[in-house]
Design a protein around this ligand. Structure first.
Ligand code: TYD
Ligand code: MG
Length: 434
């Protein structure tokens, strides 16, 4: 239990500037077409094709993931095009920002750094300067003097956001808020203001991987499925136009337990390697551990493999890892994950030139997936030669290079795996007679 004092709030509901007269919908001017391009194609795509004037965007993420870097980069890019950006440095000194800008290799007059934590003064400056864009880094360190609670508390966070929202709408200035994801504690997390802002983005990634994924969780101006992939380099974040190539770069071919699946992230298909490992369990219940994949779904797949493909997994630990720190949420990855497990259990490598696409039903049937054609195009583009697809799907082969292999059940796919092992053993003996 935490004691809370109720304060008179200065953050009234945001007004939308000017008169509030009813308008005919047909006469409301559309903001579309006036979007601001940020100069980072991956970022623009996640926003739905650029930044809408007057939008309030929350960028959340773990500390140290690269939020400040990303937004400073955007600020510098806009400044290069002659725009003015107000960067509110509520966490770092201007010297630190300058150091970062030096690393990013561009220092411009257009970026105005304001080392200030009092939001009242931030808004005054913004009013004077009227910049093209404002960055508040971070929303958890600014405060309104009228409130007694400390910066980062729920009431400060809400009221500060409300004030910024009002400013954004009144002046049509887009504002980025940085929010640190925090563990339970005195500082409230960015979730507290998610409902107030127009767009919620999360920058994710494993600390030890170089790439970062920008994900839209909420977007009043675009799709929420879109992701942007960046790579953290010595000079800031770099757009990754071809994420599949990045994710498959370290793939171990010809090793049991590895399968390539095609996940659809927004409108874009991405090829990802799934790895599975089965090993004899110790005492007690065998473990089913998944990284980047739903643990319940893994248990289900293990049950389907046991029941319908005759795999003996009751005394085996099963580990599944989606490489590259990606989270696979789509059932279309089921077939690939299940076959990776079967491959590890049997010690037979899967065909390294094949991709596996299909959802698994409880009866062991392979079910259709949406946007199969787009997935196949990406697989063909990356030079894959065979694609295992649900037999129910009516898709003709897209190219001569990519052969489609219709699969109707998991049992069929697993026996194909065994047949392949026989084939490769025969090929091996042909190659090395004696
Ligand atoms: P930062 O933007 O400060 O993270 P956040 O604002 O989310 O807390 O970036 C943190 C990390 O990024 C830091 O460990 C250093 C690294 N980094 C690079 O690798 N290359 C760069 O060019 C920059 C500016 C930072
Ligand atoms: Mg930061």
């Amino acid at each position: 239990m935490v004691e809370k004092t109720v304060e008179s709030s200065s953050g009234k509901a945001p007004e939308t500037g000017g008169g509030t007269r009813p308008q005919r919908l047909s006469q409301v001017r559309s903001a579309e077409g006036r979007r601001l391009t940020l100069g980072l194609p991956e970022f623009d795509r996640v926003l739905g094709g650029g930044l809408v004037p007057g939008s309030l965007v929350l960028l959340g993420g773990d500390p140290g993931i690269g939020k400040s870097t990303l937004l400073l980069q955007v600020a510098l890019r806009l400044a290069e095009y002659g725009q003015e950006v107000l960067y509110v440095a509520a966490e770092e000194s201007p010297e630190q920002i300058k150091l970062r800008a030096d690393r990013l290799g561009s220092v411009s007059d257009g970026v105005v750094v304001l080392p200030e934590t009092a939001l009242d003064r931030v808004l005054e400056t913004a009013e004077e300067l009227r910049p093209t864009m404002i960055v508040v880094d971070s929303i958890q360190t600014v405060y309104l003097t009228a409130l007694e609670s400390s910066p980062g508390s729920v009431s400060q966070l809400r009221d500060c956001t409300a004030q910024l929202l009002r400013f954004a709408k009144q002046t049509a200035t887009p504002i980025f808020l940085v929010g640190h994801v925090t563990k339970e504690g005195l500082i409230a997390g960015p979730r507290v203001v998610e409902h107030m802002v127009d767009v919620v983005l999360y920058l994710e990634g494993e600390r030890f991987y170089q790439h970062r994924i920008l994900r839209a969780v909420k977007n009043r101006f675009g799709s929420t499925n879109e992701i942007g992939v960046f790579e953290m380099t010595d000079s800031g974040l770099r757009d990754v136009g071809n994420p599949s190539e990045l994710f498959l770069a370290e793939r171990v071919r010809d090793a049991p337990g590895s399968a390539v699946v095609v996940a659809l992230e927004g409108t874009r298909p991405i090829l990802i390697e799934v790895q599975a490992l089965t090993s004899p369990a110790g005492y007690g219940t065998p473990r089913r551990v998944a990284t980047g994949f739903d643990a319940t779904r893994l248990q289900l797949l293990v049950a389907v493999l046991t029941k319908h493909a005759g795999l003996r997994l009751a005394d085996q630990d099963v580990f599944v890892n989606v490489t590259g720190g990606i989270r696979l949420v789509e059932p279309a990855a089921d077939l690939g994950v299940a076959l990776a497990i079967a491959s590890s259990a049997s010690g037979i490598p899967l065909d390294p030139t094949a991709v596996y696409i299909g959802e698994l039903g409880l009866a062991g049937e392979v079910r259709g997936v949406h946007a199969l054609e787009r997935r196949l195009q990406e697989a063909a583009r990356l030079g894959f030669e065979r694609a295992f697809v649900p037999a129910s799907s009516r898709v003709a082969s897209l190219s001569a290079e990519l052969r489609l292999i219709p699969i109707s059940s998991l049992a069929e796919a697993v026996s194909a795996l065994a047949a392949q092992a026989v084939r490769s053993r025969q090929n091996g003996s042909e190659l090395s007679p004696g």
